[in-house]
Design a protein around this ligand. Structure first.
Ligand code: TYD
Length: 121
């Protein structure tokens, strides 16, 4: 076989039933996306073209990962504050989500997020 084939299977390699898939593209180099956490939503995120840096904060602490390979996925659990930045040209982000879109599941206020993770210590 020429080239590569990556496969994702709902509830098997992805650790939840996939209810929603969305993708982000056309970002500028200095774009910053994210800046929120979720109460119930779990996600797995791939950068299937190009690269970016992902900063994740949870009650365990802060981690930064460069996503620069189409087969490198990151699981983003509940109560994870995420920021995406350093987008390369033509970066394409693909996200698999455990729930349908629900604005009421977002925590968009960083201080509220810090309070929420404090409660879960
Ligand atoms: P948001 O999740 O805040 O953006 P980011 O990609 O930076 O984390 O989503 C941006 C906007 O798009 C927001 O107004 C909500 C809307 N949106 C939907 O309508 N449906 C979706 O599935 C998603 C992910 C976002």
């Amino acid at each position: 076989m020429d080239g590569n084939l990556s496969v994702l299977e709902s509830a098997l390699t992805i650790p939840f039933e996939i209810r929603r898939v969305y993708y982000i593209y056309g970002t500028k180099k200095n774009s910053v996306r994210g800046g929120h956490a979720h109460k119930s939503l779990k996600q797995v995120m791939f950068v299937i073209n190009g690269s970016l840096d992902l900063k994740l904060e949870t009650k365990e602490g802060v981690s930064i990962v460069t996503l620069d390979k189409p087969d490198l996925g990151v699981f983003i659990d509940v109560l994870s504050w995420r920021e995406f930045y350093n987008f390369s040209d033509n970066a394409v982000v693909m996200v698999f989500a455990s729930e349908y879109y629900d604005e009421s599941d977002y925590i968009r206020d960083y201080n509220q997020f810090k309070k929420e993770i404090g409660k879960h210590n």
